[in-house]
Write a protein that binds this ligand. Structure first.
Ligand code: SF4
Length: 328
C-alpha cells in the first residue's frame, strides 16, 4: 500500500477546508471499504482526512421526521428505538448488511459512498471503466453473476452493494450535504446515478462536499414493511437481489406503497410506477404477482445473471406478502 499522510478533522468546516487545500485527499470515517480499496491499489490517496470524530452522529426527531447524522454507525441506527418504532424497514435493511463487526464501524455516510463489489473493479490487472475510465468493462463478457439487470450501459454493468440505501430510497430519504457554498439537499432517488458514459462517478456529490446527514419524513410504514435479501449464504454476503417493501393498508386495501430493489442496478432501484399501480388494489398473491411483472419491464440479463430475471420478481412477491402479513 502506498504511504499516505493522515490528518484528523474536528469540525465539518475544517474537514472541508483540508479537502479544498488538497483536492487529491480523501475523507475516511469507518474505513470499512476504503482501506480494502487502498490495500488492493484500487485507490491511492496521498492524504486521508479522518472525519470519524466529527460531531455528526446523532439521531434526532424533527417536527416532520428524523435526522440521522452521517457519522452515526450502522449498528447505532439499527438499534435506535425511534428508528425501530417508526422506520423498521431501515433497521431491517441495516441488520441484513455485512457483519456485526462491520456494522459497528461503518457509518451512514460511508455506507452510501461504498464502491461496487464487482470483482473486475478490485482486480487492477483487469479492464474496468469505473476504476480506470476508457479501459473497457471486464464484466460485460466476463463472469457477471452478481451484476445488474436494470439501467446498465455499454460502459458498466455493476450494482450498488448497499442494503441500507435500498430502504432509504424506498422511505423517501433526503441527503444533506455541506460544501464551500453552504448546505444543500439531494433527494435520495437522485443521489446515486446510473453508469451512462461516466461509470467512474457513483453519485451526484461534488468533490468538495461532505455528507452531513440523511433525513426521513414521518412514515405510515411502521406495521407493514419488510426487507427481504436473497444471498448466497445467510450472513456477510452481498445481495443477489433484495427488496424493500412497505404498505399502508386500510383493511385489505392498499392506500399507498413503497418498493425498491437492491442487487439489480448501479443505484438503489426505486419502483415508483409499480407503487402507483398498487394503490387501491386488494392485498393478494395475484396483486403482488402483477406488481412483480410490471417491475421487471426493461430488465436485461447477461450470460451468468439470467437467474435474476426469475429471482427478482419472486423476491418482490415474497417481500410484499411478508409486508402485508400474508406470509410469516
Ligand atoms: Fe468495472 Fe463496471 Fe465493468 Fe465492473 S461492471 S468491470 S465496475 S466497468
Amino acid at each position: 500500500m502506498k504511504a499516505f499522510q493522515y490528518v484528523r478533522a474536528n469540525t465539518a468546516k475544517s474537514a472541508l477546508e483540508a479537502l479544498v487545500k488538497d483536492p487529491s485527499a480523501q475523507f475516511i470515517a469507518g474505513g470499512t471499504n476504503l482501506v480494502d480499496l487502498m490495500k488492493r491499489g484500487v485507490t491511492a490517496p496521498d492524504k486521508l482526512i479522518d472525519i470519524s470524530r466529527l460531531p455528526l452522529n446523532r439521531i434526532e426527531k424533527e417536527a416532520t421526521g428524523v435526522r440521522i447524522g452521517a457519522m452515526a454507525l450502522n449498528s447505532q441506527v439499527a438499534d435506535d428505538k425511534l428508528i425501530l418504532d417508526k422506520w423498521p424497514l431501515l433497521a431491517q435493511a441495516l441488520n441484513a448488511g455485512a457483519s456485526a463487526q462491520l456494522r459497528n464501524k461503518a457509518t451512514v455516510g460511508g455506507n452510501m459512498l461504498q464502491r461496487t463489489r464487482c470483482g473486475y473493479f478490485y482486480d487492477t490487472e483487469m479492464p474496468c471503466n469505473k476504476r480506470q475510465p476508457g479501459t473497457g468493462c471486464g464484466a460485460k463478457e466476463g463472469y457477471n453473476r452478481m451484476h445488474a439487470i436494470f439501467g446498465t450501459s455499454e460502459h458498466c454493468i455493476a450494482v450498488h452493494p448497499s442494503d441500507m440505501c435500498v430502504a432509504l430510497v424506498a422511505l423517501d430519504a433526503t441527503v444533506v450535504v455541506q460544501g464551500p457554498k453552504g448546505e444543500r439537499t439531494i433527494p435520495f432517488t437522485e443521489f446515486h446515478r446510473l453508469p451512462g458514459d461516466r461509470p467512474e462517478k457513483d453519485n451526484t456529490l461534488e468533490k468538495d462536499e461532505l455528507i452531513v446527514a440523511v433525513t426521513l419524513p414521518d412514515s405510515p410504514y411502521t406495521q407493514h414493511a419488510h426487507y427481504l435479501k436473497v444471498r448466497d449464504r445467510a450472513s456477510y454476503a452481498f445481495a443477489l437481489v433484495s427488496v424493500a417493501a412497505a404498505l399502508e393498508l386500510e383493511g385489505k386495501t392498499i392506500k399507498s406503497a413503497r418498493l425498491a430493489m437492491g442487487g439489480v442496478a448501479h443505484k438503489p432501484w426505486r419502483l415508483q410506477e409499480v407503487e402507483k399501480a398498487l394503490v387501491g388494489k386488494t392485498v393478494s398473491e395475484a396483486t403482488f404477482q402483477q406488481a412483480a411483472q410490471q417491475a421487471m419491464a426493461g430488465a436485461r440479463a447477461y450470460e451468468y445473471n439470467a437467474f435474476k430475471l426469475k429471482l427478482a420478481p419472486n423476491t418482490i412477491v415474497e417481500a410484499l406478502k411478508m409486508a402485508a402479513g400474508l406470509t410469516a
